[in-house]
Design a protein around this ligand. Structure first.
Ligand code: PLP
Length: 449
């Protein structure tokens, strides 16, 4: 086997043979990563980065947690793989632990390899359970890149895949800072967003709608925290019309929002919850659907027409069991909530006071967005929606300023997302915010308000 000890070799083979996601292959130069620990990763030259992105917002437990690594090693030595048709101890325990954490009577888990497959299967369950076809999905959402999940997605990543799959109907969710409903406060936004959803259902025909899909807290598309009452209102609409409520918690779940599941914050029980990422921090690929008693019963005597060779993979399930237990032992969910309330939130609001380019700061737990503008009064974004090339220059400069100081940010359009591991310490948050403080001076230079 080739010894990959030097960066040049890694880079050369990557460029020659690896086909990267979401990228023009000739225009990228992926950074070779040599290692990672806790909240940091580093390159071959020893440059260390504080990870405010948790990779793709999935490393909730931090890098290389020794107990999680050991649990995977132990399972690998015991049994690496077994088909989904058998029962397996790691899978049984993972399903039980997840069902115990889930709200209400969500007692069964269908395991997948990631978030997109979870959403694919949730929609299939909802359609078969209701005997209806249409699915309502929000603008400003991301649900994955497989055929069905990308069709649900309400952002530009969907455009090249269109016309996509039939039966997806689009709606606007709440976003008080840029309200689609011209609302002036959160309560009005909530009321109008629910009235809009109800109108759409009326005109689509309630008996044709199988499901409403939403990200409990919208992730990549802006960390949009729903106003109090919104999720309860969606639940009520679903109950009224016999529509399945699917909460996509692929990004928002497992500690990210300072709760096991983001819905817990509002005490709402969906019919299906999809998860991935934080369930085991991506140490081994895993996702799934948590299923209500009523929907599980639909498939009690007629088969569910779906499956995956690696559904409930023992290595992935053992890592989920270990991760959930570590979260409990170390109080990671509570830590994520407290660090958001006590350190990240106040720290970001202080940055907003100092930098005119910060239009809004919003979030909870370790799930925050800093929305950058050119003018606070018009809320004109720092870069246009879906900016690319020279249009994206100001954001690229902000990103470069972060990286130059050893901070790895997550940026999307005109926003910097502060989404570190749930285990990040107060000192690390402060270190990252100090770097962000410097980087925002770059954004301020574009301010014209
Ligand atoms: N749903 C949400 C809310 C996500 O953020 C993502 C990924 O970022 C997905 C689904 C897709 O998950 P995966 O990339 O594991 O298929």
């Amino acid at each position: 086997m080739t010894e990959y000890t030097d960066e040049a070799r890694v880079r050369a083979d990557d460029r020659a043979h690896v086909f990267h996601s979401w990228s023009a292959q000739a225009l990228i130069d992926p950074m070779p990563i040599a290692g990672a620990s806790g909240s940091y990763f580093w390159d071959y030259a020893g440059n260390r980065y504080l990870d405010f992105s948790s990779q793709l917002v999935n490393v909730n437990i931090g890098y290389q947690h020794p107990k999680l690594v050991a649990a995977i090693q132990e399972q690998a030595a015991k049994l690496c793989t077994v088909a989904p048709s058998f029962a397996n101890d790691a899978r049984s325990e993972a399903a039980r632990l997840i069902a115990e954490l889930a709200p209400g009577e969500l007692n069964h888990v269908f395991f997948t390899n990631g978030g997109a497959e979870a959403n694919e299967n949730a929609v299939r369950m909802a359609r078969l359970h209701t005997g209806r076809h249409k699915v309502l999905a929000a603008y400003r959402s991301y649900h994955g890149a497989t055929a069905g999940a990308i069709a649900l997605t309400g952002d530009p990543r969907r455009w090249p895949s269109e016309p996509g799959s039939p039966g997806i109907v689009r709606y606007w969710g709440p976003y008080p800072y840029r309200s689609a409903f011209h609302a002036t406060d959160e309560a009005e936004e909530c009321e109008r967003a629910l009235a809009h959803l109800r109108d759409i259902i009326t005109f689509e025909g309630p008996k044709t709608v199988a499901a409403i899909v939403l990200e409990t807290v919208v992730g990549t598309n802006g960390i949009l925290v729903p106003p109090d009452g919104y999720l309860a209102g969606v639940r009520e609409i679903c109950d009224e019309y016999g529509i399945v409520m699917i909460a996509d918690e692929v990004m928002a779940g497992f500690g990210r929002c300072g709760e096991w599941f983001a819905v817990d914050r509002w005490g709402v029980t969906p019919d299906l919850i999809t998860f991935a990422k934080g369930v085991n921090s991506g140490y081994v690929p895993l996702g799934g659907v948590i299923i209500s008693r009523a929907i599980a019963e639909t498939f009690a005597h007629s088969p569910f027409p779906g499956g995956l060779t690696y559904s409930g993979h023992p290595l992935a399930c053992a890592s989920a069991v270990a991760s959930i237990n570590i979260f409990k032992e170390e109080g990671i969910v509570e830590h994520a909530r407290a660090i958001g309330e006590d350190v990240i939130g106040p720290g970001l609001r202080a940055l907003a006071d100092r930098h005119p380019s910060v239009g809004e700061v919003r979030g909870l737990g370790v799930f925050w967005a800093v929305e950058l503008v050119r003018d606070r009064s018009t809320r004109a974004p720092l870069v246009p929606y879906n900016a690319a090339g020279s249009d994206a220059k100001p954001m690229n400069e902000v990103m470069a300023a972060c990286k130059a100081q050893g901070l790895w940010p997550f940026t999307h359009f005109n926003r910097v997302h502060v989404v570190p591991p749930c285990t990040i310490s107060a000192e690390e948050v402060k270190e990252g915010l100090a770097a962000l403080d410097q980087a925002l001076e770059v954004a301020d230079r574009y301010y014209v308000g």
